[in-house]
Design a protein around this ligand. Sequence first.
Ligand SMILES: *Cc1c(COP(=O)(O)O)cnc(C)c1O
Length: 356
Amino acid sequence: MKKHNFSAGPAILPQSVMQEAAQACIEFNGMGMSLLEISHRSKQFDAVEAEARALVHEIGGFDDRFAVLFLSGGASTQFALAPMNLLKDGEKAAYVDTGVWASKAIKEAKLFGNVEVLASSKEANYNYIPKGYHLPYDVAYLHLTSNNTIYGTQLHEFPKSPVPIVCDMSSDMFSRPFDVEQFGLIYAGAQKNIGPAGVTVVIVRKDLIGRSERKLPSMFDYKLHMENGSMYNTPPVFPLYVTMLTLRWLKEQGGLNAIQKHNEEKAAILYNEIDANPLFKGTVAVEDRSLMNVCFLPTNPAHEEPFMVAAKAAGIDGIKGHRSVGGFRASIYNAMPQSSVQVLVDVMREFAKQHG
Ligand SMILES: *Cc1c(COP(=O)(O)O)cnc(C)c1O
């Protein structure tokens, strides 16, 4: 039986994308060969990279002031590459600490410059997004994490920053429209919302590339990747292809405005049930609730096990909460159909009838 996949990442992808990707593994594009065995320098793969890049520009509204790169190493590598490329020795960058991923980004940035942590919600186990902090002018950039996958908080409004924003969008990239003007650099490990593990999407304002004036190893240098169209070395061919297919799918869905509406509807169904059902409670500040990762606890801890059993029986997979929060986390990324969210809600209602 096909499961309802609520995994936080690697995560659900559209069924049609997986079918096409599977076919490409057998034979790609009438070439008489699998996508897995063709050269990344072939014209057929060149077209895949070009289409993926064009789709990122088009869907996100990034004009040619921005370079779109497809790199490997995950978002975790970008924690270091961002300051390496953008932050001069002895210069300061501002960070907001909204969770484990943000604090890892802070740790890496400290290797390359001075870090000012503007605000943190660590004292409350990151169950809200700090707001109203002072935005400094004398920093190279402001680093934010738009969606905190582990805790289920999301930045619903980006602060009006006087300096370029560098943003880890790993878990909500292309889940909603956003104004590109404020951003200097956006990065996302594809495996949460826009593709499979193995490729990282990096969108960087060209005039910021080389800003650090630092000598960098080739593979760490955005300039080199830009000049070589992400083909300085062998790019992650298959993950990039599947990401391209997912972006095509997203465009067919109507792009960011349409997917936002879809995501808002799904999240509303689930949060409404959490608020109405006496056996469950949300874990984060209501105004900061994520539309991507919905975290909730049983009001009675003894219900955790039996609810997991009931969910599993209904074909629900991947809702165990992260160990630092506990309870449940339902990740409902772009490709999650509303019908699967409804299955989860039905299980919660039935559970309340039997255990309430
Ligand atoms: C998963 C995640 C990361 C880490 O991504 P990797 O690709 O595994 O390095 C970083 N930031 C956020 C917000 C994430 O959700």
